[in-house]
Design a protein around this ligand. Structure first.
Ligand SMILES: *[C@@H]1O[C@H](CO)[C@@H](O)[C@H](O)[C@H]1NC(C)=O
Ligand SMILES: *[C@@H]1O[C@H](CO)[C@@H](O)[C@H](O)[C@H]1NC(C)=O
Ligand SMILES: *[C@@H]1O[C@H](CO)[C@@H](O)[C@H](O)[C@H]1NC(C)=O
Ligand SMILES: *[C@@H]1O[C@H](CO)[C@@H](O)[C@H](O)[C@H]1NC(C)=O
Length: 280
């Protein structure tokens, strides 16, 4: 250090160096925190989100808060997939959960969808006399969620899980297949389904609706199936489409079948109509 350097200049240099070290330490600590906490945090967030949505759940009338023990429901949920190969979770693994939170039999209110999810949910949010699976407790808690377990681990993972089409029996697909089956078993009276008129085959034979829900409709529990074929401006499909004839053929004999073509715009007009429960 030269003689020319004054005391104050030296102090400033020293302070700068200390600030530099301070920042470096802070960054290092931050990196360690992010690495150590981020992954477990996402898991804790997943569980906390599950329990929060479960406790906040209100039925369609918006009145009754969940009367369920949400910690217990989480426990039953977790038991279905933890420690399992993420692609080998059988539908039956979710039985205890689905039995603990059964779907109520609500005649004339069951609303199903296939490739019309967003529209149908906008609709049932305003039309409280219709209920989709995602309007129920379990459906609303797990809608749009992705999760899995891993062999040799008792943890829940939310990243690195199979994508929707990776395997038939992922935790997510098995849950929804089991829940859809139980929901269809609880359907009674007049059942409504909104199908997409904008696709070539509105009744797609590989869909959850075709493979899981329709085979569970029996007369006289289910009186009729009312198909609303949702069309857009350039939709080519009509109620006469062959795939819809297939649907009619697959339906149990005593069930009445009805198909109505309906422009999407008109459904959105209904949604904005304040009057509740206008029959479709
Ligand atoms: C369901 O609708 C039919 C008419 O389509 C009606 O006769 C029946 O009473 C309704 N059931 C319930 C539980 O509202
Ligand atoms: C997982 O297992 C460990 C050790 O057996 C235990 O301490 C921990 O609480 C378990 N975690 C969960 C989420 O069950
Ligand atoms: C009607 O359904 C069949 C399958 O059953 C499909 O191949 C065809 O493209 C559909 N027709 C139109 C006009 O979308
Ligand atoms: C078919 O459904 C429409 C509305 O979805 C209804 O107005 C009509 O009465 C139904 N027809 C039969 C035969 O059930």
């Amino acid at each position: 250090m030269g003689d020319t350097e004054s005391g104050p200049a030296k102090r400033i240099r020293k302070r700068r160096r200390n600030i530099g070290i301070g920042i470096a330490v802070a960054v290092l600590v931050l990196v360690i925190i992010v690495v150590a906490v981020a992954v477990p945090l996402s898991l804790r967030t997943f569980k906390r989100g599950f329990i929060q949505r479960c406790e906040d759940f209100k039925d369609k009338k918006g009145l009754i808060r969940s009367k369920y023990d949400c910690e217990k429901i989480w426990g039953l949920f977790e038991e279905a997939y933890v420690g399992r190969d993420p692609c080998k979770v059988p539908v039956e693994a979710f039985k205890p959960l689905l039995n603990a939170v059964p779907f109520k039999r609500k005649c004339n209110q069951t609303m199903l969808w296939s490739k019309t999810k967003a529209l149908v949910h906008d609709f049932t949010k305003k039309r409280k006399c219709f209920e989709t699976l995602e309007d129920t407790l379990l459906g609303s808690v797990l809608d749009e969620m992705n999760w899995c377990g891993k062999e040799g681990s008792n943890e829940t993972f939310t990243t690195g899980c199979p994508e929707r089409n990776d395997c038939e029996t992922s935790a997510v697909r098995s849950f929804w297949n089991g829940a859809s089956a139980a929901f269809a078993d609880a359907a009674c009276g007049d059942v409504t389904v909104m199908l997409a008129g904008s696709v070539a085959t509105p009744f797609y034979d590989k869909s959850v609706f075709a493979t899981i829900e329709v085979p569970r409709f029996y007369s006289p529990r289910v009186r009729s199936l009312n198909v609303v074929l949702v069309t857009q401006k350039n939709s080519v499909t009509s109620c006469e489409n062959e795939s819809l004839k297939d649907l009619q053929r697959k339906l149990d004999g005593g069930i009445k079948y009805n198909c109505t073509k309906m422009p999407e715009d008109k459904i959105y007009d209904w949604i904005s109509d304040p009057e509740d429960c206008v029959p479709c």
